[in-house]
Design a binder for this molecule. Structure first.
Ligand code: FMN
Length: 221
């Protein structure tokens, strides 16, 4: 994004802006104003920071999103749902467990987001194979990104686990690479969301963070 940041009282009059308010992932376009304001919410639902962006940086036409996920205990499914909610303000957003995805779902999507729990420092075999089996180049012309759920090694306080996680990582980055190898264009870096324990629950406010992350995807494409 080539958008500049301005202090509130120094926005050049000459620049053509519109105002967008994004609160809890919801974006309202106010074309009668001369500002484009993206508010990224914090978990307490107050404004964390505001960024002013040239409106030419924003894709305002509807974008169809497909969120594909796998989940064992339901936490990744909750994050996927929050991502879907964040994206649904920008066009049709379809949420599907990977086994339900049809060719036509992929063909219709402008943006494909994949999500998996991190298990054994990587993505689940099911969704990995699903993406691996997609025809070569089938994500060409589409934007892609990925997310995972994971345990916060800082909270586990296990030096061996911290070391292993540092070396082998998590599910999201290799998942995003798989999408890229099928022709997709990465739109934002892959993201991890925390669970408190193996079976969950999701760490407090992580669903809000996922909604905001998804809202932010639109601000950069
Ligand atoms: C067999 C197994 C291996 C796991 N390995 C990791 C791991 O390498 N790194 C990590 O952060 N969490 C690991 N976890 C915790 C999972 O990330 C956690 O169960 C998952 O985020 C929950 O998502 P889900 O409810 O969608 O299945 C593991 C969990 C299981 C059951």
């Amino acid at each position: 994004m080539s958008g500049q940041k301005f202090a509130n009282n120094t926005i050049p009059e000459s620049r053509k802006f519109v105002e967008i308010r994004a609160i809890r992932g919801q974006i309202d376009l106010c074309p009668d104003r001369n500002l484009l304001t993206i508010r990224f919410p914090n978990p307490k639902n107050s404004c964390k920071f505001v960024q002013f962006v040239d409106k030419t940086d924003i894709k305002t036409s509807p974008m169809n999103s497909l969120i594909i996920y796998e989940s064992v205990f339901g936490n990744t499914a909750l994050v996927a749902k929050a991502v879907c909610e964040g994206l649904s303000f920008h066009g049709e957003a379809v949420l599907l467990e990977y086994r339900q995805v049809k060719k036509a779902d992929i063909a219709r999507a402008d943006l494909v987001v994949a999500g998996s729990p991190t298990q054994k420092f990587g993505a689940m075999p099911g969704i990995r194979k699903f993406i691996g089996d997609l025809p070569a180049g089938c994500l060409k012309g589409k934007l892609v990104t990925a997310f995972d759920t994971r345990i916060d090694v800082k909270k586990v306080d296990n030096r061996f686990l911290t070391l292993m996680a540092g070396i082998f990582g998590y599910a999201a980055t290799p998942l995003a690479s798989r999408l890229r190898r099928k022709g997709g264009k990465p739109v934002v870096p892959a993201m991890g969301f925390f669970v408190d324990d193996t079976k969950g629950p999701l760490t407090a406010h992580e669903a809000d963070r996922a909604r905001a992350w998804a809202g932010n995807i639109m601000a950069v494409c």
